[in-house]
Design a protein around this ligand. Structure first.
Ligand code: AMP
Length: 192
């Protein structure tokens, strides 16, 4: 499986990406997790990313693209991947397309998570309390939702034009959403 998951912060991408990667026995590549690990370890990459993350802004494209291209060259990605949190801009999507075209292994689908804004704010407030994520305080949450709307939402059209978009209703119990996703992906494989 070679898949990207798209959706605003709080849509449940991370939770579902783990489950999808398990089902298809492929790598789960979550750019936010990679950045957070680098911040925790105090690496150069972590230092480059931290101020953007704390503000709820996107880390510059060239930094993210270089990191993801390296990650996709690792062994475990040969079995496929679920990209969670990348691409987030059209430039990132184009870089990914170029690399996958070079490798002759194009994306199979882009999975878009549909959630209402009201539900997102409710979930993100809960996550801020539970995990103490610096970027989950309310003002930053609103900013991240704006950044999504401006920079990332255009990717829904980008993938729709390429015939790769699959939208799922992401409201409901985790297991129910997983089931919807797997049914949609399997249907897509049969028809594709
Ligand atoms: P996430 O856990 O996916 O919400 O990512 C947390 C933060 O990491 C984001 O708010 C960005 O600051 C940064 N980040 C993660 N992925 C990307 C990306 N593809 N492009 C730019 N910044 C990113």
């Amino acid at each position: 499986m070679r898949l990207v998951v798209l959706g605003p912060p709080g849509a449940g991408k991370g939770t579902q990406a783990v489950r999808i990667a398990e089902q298809f026995a492929c790598a789960d590549v979550a750019t936010g997790d990679i950045f957070r690990a680098n911040v925790a370890e105090g690496t150069e990459l972590g230092r480059a990313a931290q101020e953007y993350m704390d503000r709820g802004d996107l880390v510059p494209d060239e930094v993210v693209i270089a990191m993801v291209m390296e990650r996709l060259a690792e062994r475990d990605c040969e079995a496929g991947f679920v990209l969670d949190g990348f691409p987030r801009t059209v430039a990132q999507a184009e870089a990914l397309d170029r690399r996958l075209a070079e490798l002759g292994t194009p994306l199979e689908a882009a999975l878009s998570f549909d959630v209402t804004e009201e539900e997102l704010l409710r979930r993100l407030a809960g996550r801020a309390a539970a995990q103490h994520r610096a970027d989950d305080v309310e003002q930053t949450i609103r900013h991240r939702l704006e950044v999504f709307a401006i920079k990332t939402r255009p990717l829904i059209d980008y993938y729709a034009h390429r015939g790769l978009l699959i939208s799922v209703d992401a409201i409901g119990p985790i297991e129910v959403v997983t089931k919807r996703i797997l049914t949609a992906l399997e249907g897509n494989r049969r028809s594709g």
